[in-house]
Design a protein around this ligand. Sequence first.
Ligand code: ADP
Ligand code: MG
Length: 613
Amino acid sequence: MSDIIQILPDNIANQIAAGEVVQRPASAVKEMLENAIDAGATHIQLIIKDAGRALIQVIDNGCGMSPTDARLCFERHATSKIRQAQDLFLIRTMGFRGEALASIAAVAQVELKTRRHADEVGTCITIEGSDVREQCECACAVGTSIAVKNLFFNVPARRNFLKTNTVEFKHIEEEFFRIALIHTNVAFTFYNNDKMIYQLMVGNLHQRITALFGNSYKERLNPVEENTQDVQIKGYICKPEFSKKTRGEQYMFVNNRFCKSYYFNNAIEKAFSDLLPEKTYPSYFINLTVDPGKIDVNIHPTKTEIKFLDEVIIYAILKSAVKKTLGQYTLSTEIEFNTIEGLDLNPAPAPRGYVPPSPSVKVNPNYNPFKTSAFTDYSQVSNKAWENFFEPSNAAGNSNRCIIDDDATQQELFEKQEKADDCDVEINYSGVVQVLNQYIVSAISSGLLIIDQQRAHERILYEYYSQQSIKEAASQQILFPVQCSFSAADAEIISEILPDLRDMGFEMNTLGSAVFVATAIPAEVKESEVQTLLNEIVEDYKNSLMQKFVDKQKSVALSMAKRLAVRNGKKLKQEEMQNIIAQLFSCKVPNVSPFGKKTMIIMKDNDLTEKFK
Ligand code: ADP
Ligand code: MG
């Protein structure tokens, strides 16, 4: 029998390879834009007609090619970007396989014009289904222009497989976004059917995002930034309320290359966790910069998946960076309270050890809607309510207090926020009601404010106990010291977190053999619950040890907040509700509980109008 194996001619081999690289017009757009970026272009024009079926042209002002390179670039595995195998591990360019142009030229009619800065004349090449039709000198600008006409003209099956123009255009636009978003130092112009649809100036990421997605994104974006040895994170997340019903706006880049990572996406979604309305996805634009030697971009032919060496570490850093941003910036900036009438402003004597808080939320007792007047320091008002906050007839004579965070940065933060709002915050106390023994409802000038009492109080207590030194203010001496005993292992933990417990107002000494005696306890704590509270603190701390970054003080503060917060289901007095509102709004992160749950909902007038439709 004769031999039957034959080497495929190049044009057929190229066509087969093209199937992998060029699935639709958008794939050609991606490859061509990437080549222009790799060529160092500072201005790139993308021109398409008929959703890329009739024409895809990319014109750049990059380095251009020599006449020989212009011919060679259409050969398979022809690349200027890697020379040896180890270069594969240090890739800094977008492309490196040397397959794209060969593949595109195999399934389209391509016209290339290119000139290097040093050359007098440029080169023009026409190639059709891998056949070079013409190569000549030509006059052209420095850089490269590649026009791809009649894509899949020789592969009808592929051509028929394409979706509607709308769909194909969307794919092209998406590829354009993925490249334009991250290359903010490059100007882009995008023409669709002779109409300019995007013109992007050189700028920063924030400007690029708003140029692409619209000015409404200005108020949605919050910066994420983290610099560690393993990874640098830089970018923006959209506030949770602007999350999307689909995963559309999730842009993750690694070393300026768009990448899809289910794993890192999960880190971000975990960070958002309970802040997201159900079945919605957060929007983000984040670039990770990592040592190129620690990633492998080679695992997927179209290179949107990347393998990382340190992915567990990066996961944790990314998640905590996003969490940090969510905590810092999700301050509610839309609240504007109505004003009170006839509130009793006589300050009651401050409870022992109480440090007057910085003025934060203000009320105006003589409100005249037609005239602006001076505001009274709300802290004076809140003193009045201290005495009977939650447990008015505490046997020990110590009210269960909830204390306004009084650190200086708090004040600054609030001032900043106030400036941003350009309005003073006024509370309409007369209009505060409790609903279902769980929600505190108040009219505000933009609509309706609904607060979850337990979560709000958790937030207040958490921030209070997270302060550095609250010892003095927090502690109450107890007449009969309370003895608490633990298992040997738990006693070790108590010893470990003893300094943090002291900071929060516990004065405790060990009696040896796993027994501690408390001589002073935080003002909010009842003597009878000291043992249970400490048990819970130890339990929570043990659980938090399972996680990566344990902050002892934070863990204890969380336990205290969880344990001591007023429960849902408890009927509250007017003053108690007023205090919750006032103190919540002097928190650093008023709108999320320390466990990541919403503390409040604001129904604006248009939300209400919507409901009545
Ligand atoms: P790769 O980008 O993987 O190297 P391509 O097939 O996309 O492979 O391109 C082949 C080569 O052609 C590139 O390595 C580069 O040298 C050259 N080239 C392609 N496009 C351009 C361009 N716009 N400007 C300058 N050189 C280019
Ligand atoms: Mg390329």
